[in-house]
Design a protein around this ligand. Structure first.
Ligand code: SF4
Length: 220
């Protein structure tokens, strides 16, 4: 398991819990609005965080963190993910996994072994528009399978959508809402343009009033 980044304490990333954050490298998408282009395109430019050191850090933090968020890149691509999550669980910590949902067989294996307490599944746009998120074909059947898995098998979960102008419109939200019908939690977040993105993304976010309207669409 190759870890490319570590943040000791976060109050924001694991709902209701204090957590540490761990980042893996590489991704099976190349979204134009990605905020971690280095981690996605060339993860080897970052040194590996020594695993023993990381586990020691987590051990020392056990008295004030509740869990660990494993994020990326796309963590389900990482070799040794299940073993790593097992080590986190052995420390008595909960696991939140951030994923784009394109590898449902990995998620199934993790759920079977009860290694994930909370799944945050990035649902980026309507399935028909996923082709715009990569330079190779995207397996949207896999995405749909992961959406069902989240709803039916994750102990806790959320769907997350970043409202990228043009990519997430009212039309897309209607389609997405049908796909995840019955979901307990769907979080829409504002798109934040940054200097460093993979490319092709708009340079501006939706105006606040439009973002509020889109949220209402998702809630309806
Ligand atoms: S936004 Fe997420 S899914 Fe898209 S390229 Fe970046 S890490 Fe991968």
């Amino acid at each position: 398991m190759r870890i490319k980044g570590f943040q000791g304490t976060s109050l924001l990333d694991f709902p209701g819990r204090v957590s540490s954050l761990v980042f893996t490298g590489g991704c099976n998408l190349s979204c134009g609005f990605c905020h971690n282009p280095g981690l996605v395109l060339d993860p080897d430019q970052y040194p590996d965080y020594p695993l023993d050191e990381l586990l020691d850090e987590l051990k020392q933090r056990r008295s004030f963190i509740d869990g660990v968020v494993v994020s990326g890149g796309e963590p389900t691509l990482a070799t040794g993910l299940a073993g790593f999550l097992e080590q986190i669980k052995e420390l008595g910590l909960q696991v939140k996994l951030d994923s784009n949902g394109l590898l449902p067989r990995v998620l199934t294996g993790l759920f079977e072994r009860r290694l994930v307490d909370y799944l945050a599944l990035d649902f980026k746009t309507s399935p028909a528009r996923y082709a715009e998120l990569h330079d190779r074909p995207v397996d949207t059947a896999a995405l749909l399978a992961s959406c069902r898995l989240a709803i039916e098998q994750a102990p806790e979960y959320e769907f997350r959508t970043t409202c990228v102008p043009g990519l997430v419109t009212e039309d897309e939200l209607h389609v997405m809402g049908e796909v995840i019908k019955g979901a307990r939690r769907w979080v829409l977040q504002q798109f934040v343009p940054r200097e460093q993105m993979l490319g092709g993304a708009p340079r501006q976010a939706y105006p606040a009033a439009e973002f509020t309207r889109l949220r209402q669409v998702a809630e309806s």
